[in-house]
Each structure stands twice: as C-alpha cells, then as structure tokens.
Unconditional design. Structure first.
Length: 405
C-alpha cells in the first residue's frame, strides 16, 4: 500500500518533527543568562534538556493510542497547541520550579504531536517508499539543530531569552494551523478495545523487535556522541572552540551525505538490506575509534575518523529501521510509533548519560558505549531480517490505520 504523498504534507511532517530539536537547541546559548535572571545554578537550567527528552517519551506514549483512536490530525494539532502553551508559559517564569513544570508541559505536547509523523507515513506508504519518506523527513529535521543555536543567539542578543520561547510558541501555532488544512482526513477509526491492547500487540510482534533495538541503540550512538563530544574534543584533545565546531560540522555533513546516498540506494535495495549495511559501516567506525584509543590515544584525527564514520552511518540507519519496524503495524501505527519513539529516547538518554558520568579522564566509556550499542543494533537487525513472515500483524487490513483526524 503506497500512496502519493503531497509535498506540502511531507514538509508539514518535517516541520512537526523539527519542533523538538529546535526546542532543545535554540535556547542553549541563553542558558547562562536564564540562570542569572532566575538566580539559580546553570546546571539547574541545563537539566531542562534531559527533562524535555523524558517528557517527549511520555508524550509519545500518551499520543500514540489517542492518535489511533481519534485520528492523526486532531491529536497532532492538540499536541502542537500544548507545546505552544508550554513555550509561552516558560517565557513568563520567575523560578526554577515553574521553569521545570512548564518545560514538562512543553515536552509532553511535543511528544504528542511528533508521534503522528511516523504513523502518517505508515498510513500512506511502506517498504522502500516509506524508507524514502523517512529519509527525506529526517534530512529536513537535521537542519533544525544545525541552525537553532544561531537563531537562538540572534534572538537572545536582540530581544532577550524570553523571546526564544515566544518564537517557539508562535511557530507551533502556525504549524498547527497548517496541519488543520494539510493533514488528510480519517478513513477509518480503530476501536477502543483494540487501542487499549495496542502496546501489548506491538511488543509481541517478534519480527519487529529486532528493528526496535536497531532504532534505539543506533540512536544511542548518536546521543552518546552529542552528549560527550565537548569532553572528547575540547577537554581530552584540547582543541579550540572553532576547531570543535568544524569537527562537529563534519559529522553533520557525513549524516547528510549518507542520508542522500541511502535515498538513491533504495531504488535498488530493500530497507532491511541497507539497514544492515549502514550498521556494518557504523561497526567499522566503532572499530576505528576503539583502535585509535589502543594504538594512538592522543591522535585527534585517528579518533575523529572513527567518530565521523560512526555518526554519518545514522543517516541511513534511522530511516531504514523506522520503515522496517513500522511496516508490521498497519492497524495501530500510532501506538507503534509511540513505542518506537519512547524506547528510542529512553535508551538514547540512558546510554549517553551513563557514558557521560563515566567519562572523567578517559574516552573509553564513550567509545565502548558507542561500539557496544552498534553491535546490539546490528544483532537486532540481523535477527529480525531472518524471522519468517506470517504473523497476524502483517495480515491486518492496510487501511485500518489510515487516519488523520
């Protein structure tokens, strides 16, 4: 089942997907100023990044069943409006407690909204076409964290940190209005009883379990790098801030190149095949990284090669693992999308946080966390690709999950 998705719908889904990276990265330059205004320690403001990731996971678990029952459009719009309200309230805070409280509200709204993106793609496409769409949406989404800090800095210097969150609020309202007119109407609604048992049915689908691991631990590699990159480059290798920015951009460039390469390869190969290939590429990057710590622990460029290869591989991993996982859930795509997102964020946050706590004087915890995560992801992908088809999930009506309102 593949439908031609309008360009406007693809752009809308990318915009919704990009809201959370923008919410995470746009205010990073303002954290010291916010801490000073609220008269609290910088760490108490920085923790709101983790709060957002946790809230995103919770929001997706809430939004998934609602999306299957009431439709993609209405739930997505509701999530965006909750996000907008939370963003606006953050701009008015005068204490740490209120900052945390409204950050939770903002993140839950973001999670509720974003869960409809993979579900909508699954409603309209599967296999190679779904992987291509996931890849395109991911590419557009990747631009958000690249430009968000710059946009945040401009707003901070011209209007103040409060306006960063006011801007997020306004953008969310605009995107929600676009969703009202662009998101397709529901074709069929899933019964309440089926929705209530949705998470159990997703967890029991053996063919998808390995792809869930591939998505979660592939993302953990990315999160571990992002969380620990300043320690690795600036503290361990003692590079300048300018060189650090250049090295970081190299990773983003690698992701974009692999992402576009993946889209071209999807014309000839199945998503499951490409997923294993790009995970194999990530394993090679992990081997190079570990080897650099054994052979030349002070050689920046040896380690940087391992980092770039490992991170660039995510340009092909995330879209293909999403497509492979979602293909089994035509009747409850919202719940499946919610579980995929929640597990991805939870594993990514957990692994990266553990590596950060252990990275005191050495890169070994970071390197091992990335390498082991890659091996788990590859193992999951290989196992799922070998499971014989034929369970009830695949036989479900392909139209059962096609809804948006």
């Amino acid at each position: 089942m593949n439908k031609k998705m309008p360009t406007s719908l693809i752009i809308l889904l990318a915009a919704v997907f990009a809201m959370s990276p923008f919410a995470i990265d746009s205010y990073l330059p303002a954290i010291p100023v916010m801490a000073d205004d609220l008269q609290i320690d910088i760490s108490m403001v920085s923790v709101t990044v983790s709060i957002y990731v946790l809230g995103m996971a919770i929001g997706q678990l809430i939004g998934g069943p609602l999306s299957d029952r009431f439709g993609r459009r209405s739930v997505m719009v509701a999530g965006l409006l909750i996000f907008s309200t939370g963003s606006l309230l953050i701009a008015t805070v005068e204490s740490m407690e209120m900052l945390w409280a409204w950050r939770v509200l903002q993140s839950i709204g973001g999670g509720i909204a974003v869960v409809g993106v993979p579900a909508t793609i699954r409603d309209n496409a599967e296999g190679k076409e779904a992987a291509r769409l996931f890849s395109l949406v991911a590419l557009i989404m990747m631009l958000a964290p690249s430009i968000a800090p710059t946009v945040g800095t401009v707003i901070l210097k011209t209007l103040g940190w409060h306006w960063i969150f006011i801007a997020l609020s306004v953008i969310a309202v605009f995107v929600s209005l676009c969703a009202v007119f662009i998101m397709p109407k529901a074709e069929k609604t899933v019964g309440a009883k089926k929705v209530k048992s949705g998470y159990l049915s997703v967890i029991k689908e053996r063919r998808a379990q390995g792809y869930l691991l591939a998505q979660a631990f592939g993302y953990a590699v990315l999160m571990t790098f992002i969380t620990n990159a300043p320690f690795a480059y600036i503290e361990h290798f003692d590079v300048s801030v300018e060189l650090f920015s250049g090295l970081f951009i190299a990773n983003v460039t690698g992701i974009v190149i692999v992402n576009r390469t993946n889209s071209l390869l999807l014309r000839a190969y199945e998503p499951a095949t490409l997923l294993k290939a790009f995970l194999g590429m990530q394993v090679i990057g992990g081997v190079i990284l570990v080897s650099s710590l054994v052979i030349a622990p002070e050689n920046l460029w040896f380690a940087a090669a391992g980092f770039v290869i490992s991170i660039a591989a995510n340009g092909g991993i995330m879209s293909n693992s999403s497509a492979c996982f979602m293909r089994y859930f035509s009747h409850n795509a919202g719940v499946a999308s919610a579980l995929l997102g929640a597990v991805q964020y939870a594993v990514g946050a957990g692994v990266s946080a553990l590596a950060a706590m252990l990275c005191v004087d050495t890169l070994w915890p970071m390197a091992l966390a990335m390498f082991i995560s890659t091996l788990i992801a590859l193992t999951g992908a290989v196992i799922s690709s070998r499971v014989e088809p034929g369970s009830s999930s695949e036989k479900a009506s392909p139209k059962a999950g096609q809804q948006a309102e």
